[in-house]
Design a protein around this ligand. Structure first.
Ligand code: NAD
Length: 256
């Protein structure tokens, strides 16, 4: 008896960082996991590893910002399975204030983070209607408190925060639960890539500095987000919908 036995889950961006930890933990808890990814090599490798360890995982090459690709993949899964869970995790970041964010970059961030989430919701909800389903969106503390120099990113996460509430409200009567998780900094390739690009040669120093901006004194481990995702997507969380969960080492409420 595992917490996600017999569940079929889609995890976008499920081959790296937080998404990978969700894919692995979901599979460990009995779910069949469908990974939507751009990164073919990594996703194939990670799906193979999950299968080799006794889990069940499938890779679908899907760009979440492409509505046709998303719908095609979800329709294909739904032909053979009853989809139970959607985790909208795929996301990209951008550094810039309102003045230094180009229109192109603004559109790019919104296309992946906001439209990508919308695309997946729109394609999956018809399959969830009436029989029920669970949606988990990965937002960020940026949604509610902002992060310096992250204009487009913070706004996109704000949209995800609101989208969560809206979907929870509209589909309550269809037995669909929808929640979000708002992490502060999590040590993933996303953070490593940012440090390498922004502070070349000073990655370690900046890593330590960023870690200390969280009152708990370190970044989260991806598995710590994954464990909360397992709980929120399991039947144990059946009374929870329309909620955003901070998992931030005290960043939002204790940083003063
Ligand atoms: P990551 O870069 O390690 O992984 C993201 C994955 O998403 C990658 O494998 C990438 O290939 C995939 N992806 C990107 N664009 C895609 C697209 N268009 N279609 C399909 N897949 C796509 O990132 P992470 O740190 O694990 O972040 C995951 C999510 O968590 C993001 O939404 C991010 O905004 C959010 N988040 C991260 C942090 C953090 O500190 N790492 C904090 C708060 C929120």
């Amino acid at each position: 008896m595992f917490r996600l036995d017999n569940k079929v889950a889609i995890v976008t961006g499920g081959a790296s960082g937080i998404g990978l930890s969700i894919s692995r933990l979901f599979a460990k808890q009995g779910a069949a996991v469908h990974i939507f990814e751009l990164n073919v090599d990594q996703a194939e490798r990670e799906a193979d590893l999950i299968n080799a360890n006794g889990g069940e995982a499938y890779f679908h090459k899907v760009d979440v910002s492409n509505q046709k690709e998303v719908k095609k993949a979800i329709d294909k899964i739904a032909k053979e399975n009853t989809i139970d869970i959607l985790v909208n995790n795929a996301g990209i970041a951008h550094i810039g204030t309102v003045e230094t964010t180009s229109e192109e970059d603004f559109d790019k961030v919104f296309k992946v983070n906001v439209k990508g989430t919308y695309n997946c919701l729109q394609a999956v909800i018809p399959y969830f209607k009436n029989k029920g389903g669970v949606i988990l969106n990965i937002a960020s503390i940026a949604a509610t408190v902002g992060i310096p120099d992250r204009f487009a990113y913070s706004m996109s996460k704000g949209a995800i925060y609101t989208m969560t509430l809206q979907v929870a409200k509209d589909y309550l009567k269809h037995n669909i639960r929808c929640n979000s998780i708002s992490p502060a900094r999590v040590h993933t390739p996303f953070v490593d890539g940012f440090l390498k690009k922004t502070y070349p040669g000073k990655e370690k120093e900046m890593f330590d500095k960023l870690s200390k901006t969280q009152p708990i004194g370190r970044m989260a481990k991806p598995e710590e987000i994954g464990s909360l995702a397992v709980y929120l997507c399991s039947d144990e969380a059946g009374f929870i919908t329309g909620c955003d969960y901070l998992i931030d080492g005290g960043f939002v409420k204790l940083n003063n």
